[in-house]
Design a protein around this ligand. Structure first.
Ligand code: PEP
Ligand code: MG
Length: 326
């Protein structure tokens, strides 16, 4: 049960009772793929594309985006990448976009997929670039901050329209491109059973899910004590989403910070999450925890956690379970 962190890269992410867990990397730049592969990631579970926009005075062109996505796909050498469409707004603002939109409450305003659905030229350009890159490898696409089924359908319709346009132009792309949604708004978690019928996978964005569930700004330190992945309300929502995904046989992963925190690894395994995406530097530590625990014990910890009343009680339980395991 005791293994050094170096040297873990080539060992399987497998529990003591033989369950394989998919460990993925989160990236913002193509150059970060190497850090994922060095640590044995199966692929990139979250490619945050807004960084292409944040570092520029103007929106990147279709070709610039295509080149960035193609670089990621090529350096993954056949391994999968989940490209997230634009998540601009709120904490990720760009000058050319903020002009004209003055939200009193940016976190509740025109951000992320909502902005993409409003700025169709921007959205379509990105979808064209993603589809073109999908001809080069195992590309998947996901939409962030989906609140309603209506938004998901709108986004899918635009994707379909862009695909038809590329077909008419004779441009190749992956016909069976998997399409997923991030579950990071409580409304989407509550509606996960319906959402699951219309997508190929879920990826739970716990950073925003915690923020919106507890009505606490994720960047506001004065209310940071309320912001907890261990909050029982958050756990119940995650359990609902995982159950909804399993009932439809679609994949569910965690790509928020919680997925890369050792404290929560057993809990997530026990809830039935077998795919975790995280910043590459977290991969060895999480793999070490997975190799030291069994799904059977993780299930009993998760069941116990779901009956607790406060985040403090959940943290105490998980902390003692982790110490006991390692
Ligand atoms: C999240 O909200 O958990 C997430 C992964 O997205 P971001 O942190 O980029 O909002
Ligand atoms: Mg988010």
């Amino acid at each position: 049960r005791f293994e050094g962190l170096a040297g873990l890269a080539n060992l399987p992410a497998e529990t003591l009772d033989g369950t394989q867990v998919g460990l993925w990397g989160n990236i913002e730049f193509p150059g970060e793929v190497a850090a994922c592969l060095e640590r044995g990631a199966v692929g990139v579970g979250l490619y945050r594309t807004e960084f292409l926009y944040l570092n520029s005075e103007r929106a990147p062109t279709e070709q610039e985006q295509f080149e960035a996505y193609a670089a990621v796909v090529e350096s993954l050498k056949g391994r999968p990448v989940t490209i997230r469409t634009l998540d601009l707004g709120a904490d990720k603002l760009v000058a050319y976009q903020s002009a004209g939109y003055a939200d009193a409450n940016p976190v509740l305003g025109l951000r992320s997929l909502r902005l993409s659905l409003r700025e169709l030229a921007l959205f379509r350009t990105q979808l064209r670039a993603i589809l073109r890159a999908s001809a080069l490898g195992d590309v998947r696409v996901m939409f962030p901050l989906v609140s309603t089924l209506g938004e998901l359908r709108q986004a899918r319709a635009i994707l379909g329209d862009v695909a038809a346009e590329l077909t008419a132009e004779g441009v190749p792309f992956r016909r069976d491109l998997p399409v997923g949604v991030m579950i990071e708004v409580p409304a989407a978690a509550v509606m996960a059973d319906q959402m699951a019928k219309e997508v190929d996978f879920f990826s739970i964005g716990t950073n925003d899910l915690i923020q919106y569930t507890l009505a606490v700004d994720r960047t506001n330190e004065t209310v940071a004590d309320l912001y907890s992945a261990a909050d029982p309300a958050v756990l119940r929502l995650i359990a609902m989403v995982v159950d909804a995904a399993r009932a439809r046989g679609i994949e569910v992963s965690i790509c928020g910070t919680m997925g890369g925190e050792p404290l929560y690894t057993m809990l997530l395994l026990g809830l039935g999450v077998h795919q975790l995406s995280m910043p590459p530097h977290q991969l060895p530590e999480i793999k070490r925890v997975i190799r030291g625990v069994s799904v059977a014990e993780a299930r009993s910890i998760a069941a116990e956690a779901l009956h607790l009343e406060t985040s403090q009680a959940v943290v105490a339980l998980l902390d003692s379970a982790l110490r006991h395991a390692l």
